[in-house]
Design a protein around this ligand. Structure first.
Ligand SMILES: [Zn+2]
Length: 333
């Protein structure tokens, strides 16, 4: 059937990475196994590639999507500290409908880029969590909502209501939340089987002993490295966070993963430039038109990261094993 697809190459899932195949029928994964043993009949479209679970964004503040300008150059505490930091004033001043639209647009973009779920640290108490639920309704991406109670001292009723509607609580850092607050919140989360998350400060080197008491979830690094990207929450991936913040300060052509310049990392960039990785195809002796004609098969002007492996495979073909070559029909592309 035209909608069936056999991917031969490698698999990465909860059992680890290994050579193998994955067979998809009508867009659903129906079978995996060793290359050459698929039950796919003749005519199934076959490609070579690496099959991985869809990624999970381990840390977002989707409400920040309402920001369209670089925040002022002030200490980070004046930007992100609740309740009166720049971002909280911005959230307060923005009408709910506008925030919901911005969050939905951000979620929609993530879904189109292949992200399966996001763990969102939602500000603004219960109304904030409800806003996120409304924004995510009907979209093919799971929004895990970690809410944040507004009242201090913590009010039991607010906390219970929040836990009723959220997947857990995501607090600011130790500097903003007393041990008493953290203890009450973490105990309430544990009692309901929900997550308790706490930010570590960028600007202060906090005492690890204090940060870990009470111990936040989302911490078990070794286990999560093993789980990375497999399981219902993408395995709660999100232990390793890359928080770029170059915005327009560094031209796109001067950004490198490893650079001998000051690194620009900060929590929660409002700039789209920091969240996009350019997809560039170039060749020293080919023209732009030739490059464009190749890209037309791989997403054209808006390729996604899912086109990368097929593109690389087509540019650098290598001999297919005799076993699977026999089963390989012509690629209709
Ligand atoms: Zn955060």
């Amino acid at each position: 059937m035209a909608s069936d697809l056999l991917v031969e190459g490698a698999l990465l899932d909860v059992d680890g990475a290994r050579p193998g195949y994955a067979l998809f029928r009508d867009g659903l994964l129906t079978e995996t196994g060793s290359v050459g043993t698929a039950s796919a009949g003749p005519g199934v479209r076959t490609v070579r590639g690496i099959v991985v679970p869809a990624p999970v964004n381990g840390h977002t503040h989707l409400g920040d999507a309402v920001a369209t300008r670089e925040p002022p150059h002030t200490p980070i505490s004046e930007i992100v500290r609740p309740p009166n930091g720049y971002k909280f004033r911005l959230l307060q001043e923005t009408p709910a409908a506008e925030k919901r639209r911005a969050m939905r647009a951000a979620l929609d973009r993530m879904a189109r880029e292949g992200v399966a779920a996001t763990v969102d640290f939602r500000e603004e108490g219960l109304p904030g969590v409800r806003m996120l639920r409304a924004a995510a309704r009907g979209l093919p991406i799971r929004a895990v909502a970690l809410g944040r109670p507004l009242r201090r001292p913590v009010e039991r009723r607010e906390l219970d209501a929040l836990l009723e509607h959220s997947d857990g609580i995501g607090l600011s850092a130790i500097g903003e939340e007393s041990r008493e607050v953290r203890t009450i919140v973490s105990a309430a989360c544990r009692a309901k089987g929900k997550w308790y998350a706490l930010h570590a400060s960028e600007s202060n080197r906090e005492d690890p002993e204090e940060y870990l008491d009470p111990r936040p979830d989302l911490l078990d690094l070794e286990q999560r490295m093993n789980w990375l990207s497999a399981g219902p929450y993408g395995n709660r991936a999100g232990d390793i966070l890359l928080l770029p913040r170059a915005c327009m300060n560094v031209p796109i052509e001067k950004r490198f993963y490893f650079a001998g310049i000051t690194h620009y990392t900060w929590h929660g960039s409002a700039c789209e430039q920091d969240g996009h990785v350019p997809f560039i195809l170039a060749h020293p002796s080919e023209t732009g038109a030739e490059m464009r004609s190749i890209m037309s098969d791989f997403g054209g002007d808006s390729p996604s990261e899912r086109e990368l492996t097929p593109l690389v495979r087509s540019l650098f073909p290598y001999p297919v094993q005799a076993q699977s070559a026999a089963a390989r029909p012509t690629d209709g592309r």
